[in-house]
Write a new protein. Structure first.
Ligand SMILES: O=C(O)CCC(=O)C(=O)O
Ligand SMILES: [Fe+2]
Length: 285
């Protein structure tokens, strides 16, 4: 590449960056006091807002450069969405503010009921497209309303639901908005997995639950340690994929990907007190 070409390449990148709008809807004022925590009766405790200094970093991060992967029945785009130091601060902030839990469920093993604990921490927010929460994350008495009638949702609508509706707290709403702006998609669930030790992982599965629709878009933001994301085609066993998801990377799966492929996330190979990981998993319904 000639010198002239390199210069013009960087000149156009700089021009792009300068013309890019701020990434956040309301860019933070660095001197503003932190927003109050988000509260709701469905939360075990108030959920702290992201620190203002971190919001400022999110707003000034450079625009990400997407990469696409071409394989049969697969639609994946991935981005270096946040610079690693910003992603690390996000990880620490969310790890201390979010109410994580281990999901347990019961299976029959040799006709005995056995309780299984999932090998990761999780926390889920959002509600399906039949309902929505009134107000926004600055309101603490947000009511669950029917999407069509705009009246209170009947008490039994989510009675047997494994993930009872919970409004998305402000700290995750910010990230959801950034992902929506970049991908042009809208999401109404945010699931955060926290892999707290080397033995934490998620087994092969696809996010193909009926309520997600036939071709759901799933965006996954990785924060913390680099971790292998493994994929295999459901029918064509020769088709596999291994991606090392790094701190601050955003992976977007679309189209037939959930119908045709399985994905899993391994436990991390080398453990140190800092090599823990979380992924923010945003689902569109
Ligand atoms: O943590 C990840 O990257 C994947 C998580 C996942 O596949 C899920 O929660 O369904
Ligand atoms: Fe998944």
């Amino acid at each position: 590449m000639s010198k002239r070409t390199i210069t013009s390449f960087f000149a156009s990148r700089l021009a792009d960056t300068a013309s890019k709008k701020p990434r956040l809807d309301s860019p933070p004022d660095a001197d503003a006091p932190p927003s109050p925590p988000t509260t709701h009766p469905s939360y075990p405790h108030p959920i702290a807002a992201l620190p203002t200094s971190l919001l400022t970093l999110l707003d000034t991060s450079p625009p990400p450069a997407p990469h696409t992967i071409t394989k049969p029945d697969l639609s994946i785009t991935h981005y270096h969405f946040f610079p690693p130091p910003t992603a690390r601060q996000l990880f620490l902030s969310l790890r201390s503010s979010l109410p994580f839990y281990r999901v347990t469920y019961t299976i029959k093993r040799d006709s005995l009921d056995t309780t299984v604990r999932t090998p990761r921490y999780t926390t889920v927010f959002g509600v399906d497209a039949n309902s929505y929460f009134s107000g926004d994350s600055s309101h603490d008495a947000r009511a669950l309303l029917d999407s069509k009638t705009h009246k209170a949702v009947p008490g039994d609508r989510y009675r047997n639901c494994v993930c009872p509706p919970r409004p998305i707290p402000g700290c995750l709403e910010v990230l959801k908005n950034l992902v929506e702006r970049e991908t042009g998609e809208t999401f109404n669930f945010v699931l955060v997995n926290y892999y707290a030790s080397p033995s934490d992982s998620i087994a092969y599965h696809s996010d193909d639950e009926a309520f997600l629709g036939p071709n759901p878009t799933i965006a996954s933001l990785s924060l913390g340690a680099t971790r292998d994301f493994l994929m295999k085609h459901k029918e064509d066993k020769a088709q596999t994929l291994k991606l090392a998801l790094t701190n601050g990377e955003l992976l977007v799966m679309k189209g037939a990907t959930q119908r045709k492929w399985l994905h899993s996330s391994t436990s991390i190979p080398i453990y140190s007190p800092t090599a823990v990981d979380t992924s923010i998993y945003t689902k569109r319904i």
